[in-house]
Design a protein. Structure first.
Length: 471
């Protein structure tokens, strides 16, 4: 299989030369993906599979119109390129505007710090899942259902463009998900945990504390009181901070949404203040770029258009200073491409996506975040969430009341909702802690499960709407 890449690298260059004069821009991608999937539900093995896929895509732009064709049969490569070109020439009716990038020829691999999942047998991966499943089920007799899923993907791609770039890039990504459902009489509660890695298979082999924690949260929640709904000052942990910055703010920073929506572009105007001076928000894919952005699940060297990965500051000292771009969105808005054009695999066209998104740690000791809160909520981890434009709703994995500046009784069914812009403005303090959450699988434009990283410190936020009992 490895010889395929050596063979096709020269062919892609020849095809680019053959067809590039018929369009304004042409790119061809060849991809090999090896994947493992395992799913255990209670004691039943529902999925145990390994697969190898080899295919590609052609993308052409002519007078601003894009043509796209994906294929699984490499012998049809020329025909699929013809299809993409024909579609672009039918659609195009204005002007192609792509921000410039330098042509590059390179081979790169996102480095791993431990074992590549391709080196681990399917039997060993299943044994790992069995071990975690037994831990979930053995935690308490009230656990009725336990689910363990494992997946790994190793992708190797070549991208050739009509501007002279030929980039070969590869990486491996791993993910595990755990859930436990507990039941007492008619009360049902669920605890969940998800984690992943782009660094080492060993990152998934010592997750006993997280697995047991998911089961214990489900059992404990059976007897916890529900919070009374209302407006509270809230302290959220770094995991919820990562979810918030990704889901509520990050998607609004993706420039394809902005340039197609004049109202959103006006709201997300550069130079507008969104939060306190201590608030700093970044997105970046560059491996080894800094201590905070090492290798996370959104790390790579070049995006799926061949643009070098960058670290982009989105908010500086509380003020919006940047957004995330493909070459087209950067060209249309007169800005610089940021290397955020990504696709899930060769079946999809690249669109603007986040990579690793984080809020930088602040200066407030975590214990001081609770000071002066007479009646508030401390929320940790997450169960789920949804966003609709600038509105968001997130469910906390666990929570406690804050009384007189101290943690008090645990509570359950805590949902946090609000307007992202008001919430950013209501940040009162940024903690001096920091944590990277590698559980992210982002969905957009029909491409779900794209690996991303999310990070941040604990935050103190005033006037947050908390759902719960009304009495």
């Amino acid at each position: 299989m490895s010889d395929v890449f050596a063979e096709y690298k020269n062919l892609l260059t020849e095809l680019i030369a053959q067809y590039s004069d018929r369009v304004d821009f042409l790119t061809i991608r060849i991809e090999q993906a090896e994947e493992t999937n395992i799913l255990l539900r209670t004691h039943k093995l529902e999925t145990l599979s390994e697969s190898i896929a080899l295919g590609g895509q052609g993308r052409a732009c002519y007078r601003g119109g894009w043509g796209f064709s994906a294929f699984d049969d490499l012998t049809t490569l020329s025909a699929r390129i013809e299809e993409a070109i024909a579609a672009a020439r039918i659609i195009g009716e204005s002007q192609t505007t792509l921000a410039p990038v330098e042509a590059i020829q390179t081979v790169c691999h996102v480095p791993m710090t431990g074992s590549n999942p391709k080196e681990i047998s399917l039997a060993d991966k299943k044994s790992l899942c069995d071990r975690y499943s037994e831990l979930l089920l053995g935690c308490d007799r009230q656990i009725t259902t336990a689910t363990v899923s494992y997946s790994d993907t190793s992708q190797r791609i070549i991208i050739a463009t009509s501007e002279g770039s030929v980039i070969e890039q590869s990486w491996s990504d791993l993910e595990m998900r755990f859930s436990a459902t507990a039941k007492k009489d008619e009360i049902i509660q669920t605890g969940r945990e998800t984690t992943g890695s782009r660094q080492a298979y060993e990152d998934l082999t010592n997750l006993e504390p997280q697995v047991i924690g998911a089961a214990q949260r489900a059992v404990t929640a059976l007897t916890l009181p529900k919070i009374k709904g209302g407006i509270y000052t809230v302290v959220i942990d770094p995991i919820l901070t990562g979810l918030f910055v990704h889901e509520a703010f990050g998607h609004l920073s993706e420039a394809d949404l902005a340039y197609e929506n004049p109202d959103l572009l006006e709201v997300m105007s550069l130079g507008r203040r969104f939060g306190p001076p201590e608030l700093q928000i970044f997105d970046g894919a560059v491996p080894l770029a800094s201590e905070e952005n090492y290798i996370h699940r959104g790390s790579y060297y070049y995006d799926d258009e061949g643009t070098p990965a960058t670290t982009t500051q989105l908010i500086k000292d509380g003020v919006l200073v940047g957004r995330l771009h493909s070459r087209e969105t950067a060209g249309k808005l007169g800005e610089v491409p940021t290397g955020n054009a990504r696709c899930l695999d060769y079946h999809y066209s690249p669109i603007v996506r986040m990579t690793n998104t984080w809020i930088a740690k602040g200066s407030t000791p975590v214990k001081d975040l609770f000071r002066g809160i007479d009646r508030g909520v401390y929320a940790r981890n997450w169960l789920g969430g949804m966003t609709n434009g600038e509105m968001f709703t997130f469910s906390a994995g666990e929570a406690w009341m804050i009384r007189n500046g101290q943690l008090a009784e645990p509570i359950k069914d805590v949902t946090l909702s609000g307007n992202v812009f008001k919430t950013l403005a209501n940040i009162e303090a940024v903690g001096d802690d920091f944590y990277w959450d590698e559980s992210g699988g982002c969905g957009k434009g029909g491409q779900s499960g794209l690996p991303v990283g999310c990070g941040g410190p604990s935050l103190r936020i005033k006037e947050v709407t908390i759902g719960g009992n009304s009495d």
